[in-house]
Design a protein around this ligand. Structure first.
Ligand code: AP5
Length: 210
């Protein structure tokens, strides 16, 4: 299944996609994670993207689209994938439709104040990228998976989170009607726990184990 996650920053797209990957093996393709990888590597694409990411603005379409086109041509995507963070504008969606068939789009709904609380407390492993929330960490500053140092993403300051939300509502939210019009949109509230949300997502997609 070729699947897209839609939803505001911090709604849990990455967390749910990572869980679904563990349970189903579907590749999880996060454009934010790919761009941060290019930044860590000091690659020209990363250097161009960093200025936009740090302010909470979208990276120009042409930089992101080529990156995704290349990734989706890899062998592991032949039997389906999950896109997390792409498309983010209607032009990105239209170009994607020109070379891929998207079968489902799942919109994660969460209110802005809960999002700010979740993102302000997010910590990410600087080595493996695993994501945590301070509420589950106690005093720990090390990744439970690989022991790497947990850090706060530079775009997780409250001012930048608020800008990312503004950008989402103006530039990405129109995709909800875009995919609704194609008859492939499903919605779910993600106010509950990660475990509950994962179970409901599996049922929504008809992927639960009997
Ligand atoms: P990206 O990395 O995609 O950021 P985002 O969309 O802002 O999404 P996040 O990663 O912040 O949140 P998420 O929904 O994955 O939530 P998570 O699971 O981590 O993009 C970053 C930047 O890259 C963009 O701003 C842009 O500049 C650029 N970019 C990327 N793609 C682009 C594109 N296509 N075009 C142009 N520019 C692009 O969860 C958040 C927190 O909540 C975590 O701490 C988690 O532990 C916690 N949590 C999750 N679920 C729950 C729950 N049920 N209960 C309690 N806590 C929870």
């Amino acid at each position: 299944m070729n699947l897209i996650f839609l939803g505001p920053p911090g709604s849990g797209k990455g967390t749910l996609a990572a869980n679904l990957h563990k349970l189903t093996g579907l590749p999880h393709i996060s454009t934010g994670e790919m761009l941060r990888g290019y930044i860590r590597a000091g690659a020209p694409l990363g250097l161009r993207a960093k200025a936009f990411i740090d302010k909470g603005e979208l990276v120009p379409d042409e930089l992101v689209i080529e990156m995704v086109r290349e990734r989706l041509s890899a062998d592991d995507c032949k039997n389906g994938y999950m896109l997390d963070g792409f498309p983010r504008t209607v032009p990105q969606a239209e170009i994607l439709d020109g070379f891929q068939t998207i079968e489902r789009a799942v919109l994660l709904n969460l209110d802005d104040e809960t999002i700010i609380a979740r993102l302000s407390g997010r910590r990410v492993c600087s080595a493996c990228g695993n994501t945590y929330h301070t509420s589950m960490l106690g005093e720990s500053t090390a990744c439970g998976k690989c022991g790497g140092l947990l850090v706060q993403r530079p775009d997780d300051s409250e001012a930048t989170i608020r800008n990312r939300l503004r950008v989402y509502h103006s530039q990405t939210a129109p995709l909800v009607e875009y995919y609704r019009g194609k008859g492939i949109l499903s919605e779910m509230s993600v106010e509950g726990t990660v475990e509950d949300n994962t179970g409901r997502l599996l049922r929504l997609l008809g992927m639960e184990k009997s």
